[in-house]
Design a protein around this ligand. Structure first.
Ligand code: SF4
Length: 504
């Protein structure tokens, strides 16, 4: 006989844990809802664990699950049953569980009974990349378990693995946190600016730019209206200029749609240009104490070690699961401090590879990676692809105390910024002189400048520079004085050769 489990899973958007059973016979599925067999103690156990009245009707049961953010489903979708005993089940077909995780906040999976656990391991563990926690069966066949011992075993449902981390981490943060300018404010605009600046840039460097930026552009409206050249000049030295452009686009949306205010709405904030899950969570939790996770690289490192997670952290599903795990312990009362404490621990103590300072860590006694000796290999990331190396020759063309500059195209790397002229490849003095003459310029004097290297995330530039004095200007370039140079946004990659000698 073929049994098809046509029942829909019970899952809600804010379901946090998934309980999976395996339903081997028609009988235990009667009445159209899971675990309705009169002898099954499943609902009794749940009501004891959550200290609630035993739910009676299907409606009561659904309301109970919803209240406690539990999703409930069957590991199998169908099986062939010959006879009535478990051992006779043949040709079982698993249910797809991944969509459940994607449409909810599920971070933990429990299975009830030996069969469900085996089926989960066989069919679903790989799909979800998540280990299930086995719970004993509540079936009357499991007679050796009393109601009381089942209740004890199911008590684990109440406890998030991260709940032990909250108190020691917050106590450490209160004592050890760095006093950074953006930590003295609840203003979402200032927090947003600091978070965007901190992506890819060190804290010490950001401090210098943050205050100058906010002094000149103190409101969302002022950012929305500033000239692009001025904005890029304010961003100069921070690199990754698309961040500045996205800030302005987002500010314009905030002015148009939200009267220049930050909405207290995750989806609205998340949809702004340049704002991902991390930034949306950081702004909403720090500015408005809303319980959204902010998982950046530092937080990933702390969590994957604390929980000893050996999944590839670059996979979106791993990120989702981490975010869901933190959601379990975030509340409006701790969200602001807890998100920042996780980031701070990752920045100061839980450092990459062998640099982790476990002996100074407030979580040492609880940390699974520390116990299992896996600190230096976590988090798991795939090997980085080789980054291409481009060789260039940079020309500092000088005429009468003016320097040749040109504006880069409006699209692509370093779009819209200014650069010194360049030639492909590392050219010799002789080759450079030929190329300069081809541009209609007469060189008077040439001097070689030091080799430089600039590392972008996706390419590396190796550069050789020449300072060349010429007898006249041409129309291909802007010719600007040394004083005027400082008003042009010249990215760091070129500023090594600037007469202003900026090397930030
Ligand atoms: S004990 Fe070590 S590995 Fe674990 S969280 Fe602390 S610093 Fe990180």
């Amino acid at each position: 006989m073929k049994v098809v489990h046509e029942l829909e899973p019970f899952v809600e958007k804010d379901s946090k844990i998934l309980i999976l059973g395996s339903i081997p016979s028609v009988k235990s599925r009667e009445e159209g809802f899971y675990y309705m067999h009169p002898q099954n103690r499943f609902w009794k156990v749940l009501s004891l664990v959550y200290q609630e009245v035993l739910p009676q009707t299907i409606q009561d049961k659904k309301a109970f699950l919803k209240r406690h953010q539990i999703a409930l489903y069957d590991v199998l979708s169908s099986c062939e049953i010959e006879g009535s005993k478990d051992e006779t089940i043949r040709n079982e077909k698993p249910n797809k569980l991944r969509p459940l995780l994607q449409k909810s906040e599920i971070a933990r999976v429990y299975t009830t009974g030996r069969k469900a656990y085996q089926f989960y391991q066989k069919y679903s563990e790989k799909e979800l990349d998540l280990k299930a926690i086995p719970l004993p069966s509540t079936s009357p066949l499991n007679a050796k378990m009393t109601l009381q011992s089942l209740q004890q075993a199911y008590q684990v449902l109440l406890k998030s693995e991260l709940s032990t981390l909250v108190e020691p981490l917050l106590a450490w943060y209160q004592k050890e946190k760095r006093h950074l300018p953006w930590r003295n404010t609840n203003d979402p605009y200032s927090i947003w600016i600091s978070e965007i600046m901190l992506q890819q840039t060190r804290v010490e460097a950001v401090k210098r730019y943050y205050e100058r930026f906010l002094k000149e552009l103190p409101t969302i409206a002022s950012l929305a209206m500033v000239e692009e050249d001025r904005l890029l000049k304010l961003w100069e030295g921070l690199g990754y200029y698309s961040r500045a452009r996205n800030l302005q686009k987002a500010a314009q949306i905030l002015v148009e749609k939200y009267e220049g205010m930050f909405p207290k709405d995750y989806e609205a904030v998340r949809s702004l240009p340049g704002v991902g899950n991390y930034t949306a969570g950081a702004i909403l939790s720090i500015a408005f104490s809303m319980p959204y996770p902010a998982v950046d690289g530092n937080v990933f490192r702390v969590l994957s070690r604390f929980l000893n997670v050996d999944e590839d952290i670059t996979k979106p599903l791993t990120r989702l699961k981490m975010e869901n795990r933190i959601k379990e312990v975030l509340t409006p009362f701790n969200a602001k401090a807890l998100n920042q404490a996780l980031m701070e621990l990752g920045a100061l103590i839980c450092l990459p590879k062998e640099k982790a300072k476990c002996s100074l860590c407030p979580l040492q006694a609880l940390c699974k990676a520390h116990q299992e000796n896996t600190v230096s290999i976590l988090p798991i990331k795939p090997k980085k692809k080789e980054v291409p190396i481009l060789q260039k020759t940079i020309l500092l063309l000088v005429f009468d105390d003016t320097y040749a500059l040109l504006k880069r195209p409006s699209k692509g790397l370093l779009a819209g910024l200014y650069q010194f002229p360049e030639l492909e490849g590392m050219l010799s003095r002789k080759e450079v002189l030929i190329k300069v003459r081809e541009q209609g310029l007469q060189p008077l004097y040439i001097e070689e400048m030091p080799l430089q290297k600039h590392v972008f995330t996706h390419q590396i530039w190796e550069m050789k520079g020449y300072s060349i004095r010429v007898t006249e200007k041409n129309d291909s370039y802007l010719w600007v004085s040394k004083e005027e140079l400082s008003s042009y946004s010249i990215p760091t990659a070129y500023s090594y050769y600037s007469p202003l000698e900026r090397k930030n």
